[in-house]
Design a protein around this ligand. Structure first.
Ligand SMILES: [Zn+2]
Length: 255
């Protein structure tokens, strides 16, 4: 049985809590409290995630989310900007609440809650969605790139960092967008960043999504690189690169 695989264009968002590493290195009772605080903060962020943005994976002090663009890149990028802005607001509110709740604990974790900050990384590109039993895994170069972006040289602890592709889809109207060049996997690429206030101002300018209802069945555009593969919105079990490979093999054997 082949694994259901399909290709789709998607917005990718990684949110990452910084300050965690130095936080847990200060040993006392703090290790346990640090874990609890960060888990609660990550939960408060993903609780704010709304259609079409879905949480794909929790990675300790970070989370990976994605939204299929379904042929409407600008709308998907705008929705992601609004939601990321909401993540920062939710993070700040939760930080304050947790700080108040834990004000009587003097462990390093609870005493330094205020030093935790949030970063967000945004990209857009064609990914592979693989369904393994009830789990959905996402893969592809864009997924690797958005993770690599978290290891950048920006000497800041709170910001939103975007790729050229994301900017082209919806980030270019953000005020005070600044560019940096980063070496990722041996290649130099341009990235663009702004502070939390700038993303908040941009989010406030964007029109509110007209309908929260899920979009109809995907009929997304396919890149030429994958044009030889069966359409992703065909029956899951028969579509995908594995089925294509089988077809090729049987044709080749028949010669
Ligand atoms: Zn504590």
């Amino acid at each position: 049985m082949s694994t259901p695989i399909r290709l789709t264009d998607a917005v990718l968002v990684v949110v990452d809590i910084s300050g965690y590493t130095s936080f847990v290195q200060k040993r006392t009772v703090s290790l346990e409290h640090a874990e609890a605080i960060v888990s609660e903060l990550i939960e408060s962020i993903i609780d704010h995630a709304d259609h079409p943005l879905v949480v794909n994976k929790l990675e300790g002090d970070a989370a990976l989310l994605y939204a299929e663009t379904r042929g409407a890149r600008e709308a998907a990028a705008a929705s992601a900007i609004r939601q990321v802005s909401g993540f920062f607001t939710g993070f700040a509110t939760s930080l304050q609440r947790i700080g108040t709740e834990r004000r009587h604990c003097d462990c390093d974790a609870c005493a330094n809650i205020g030093s935790l900050k949030l970063k967000a990384f945004m990209h857009i590109g064609e990914i592979v969605i693989k369904r393994v039993r009830t789990f959905e895994e996402i893969a592809g170069d864009p997924v690797i790139l958005v993770h690599r972006m978290t290891k950048n040289a920006l000497p800041l602890r709170e910001y939103v960092l975007m790729t050229d592709a994301f900017c082209a889809a919806g980030g270019s109207d953000i005020e005070d967008l600044r560019s940096i060049r980063e070496r990722i996997d041996g290649a130099e690429i341009a990235l663009h960043w702004c502070d939390v206030d700038a993303i908040g101002r941009r989010a406030a300018q964007l029109p509110v999504a007209t309908s929260p209802a899920p979009a109809p069945a995907p009929d997304f555009e396919r890149s030429r690189a994958f044009a030889h593969l069966p359409r992703a919105d065909a029956a899951w079990a028969n579509a995908g690169p594995i089925a294509a490979l089988r077809q090729l093999l049987s044709r080749w054997r028949g010669r």
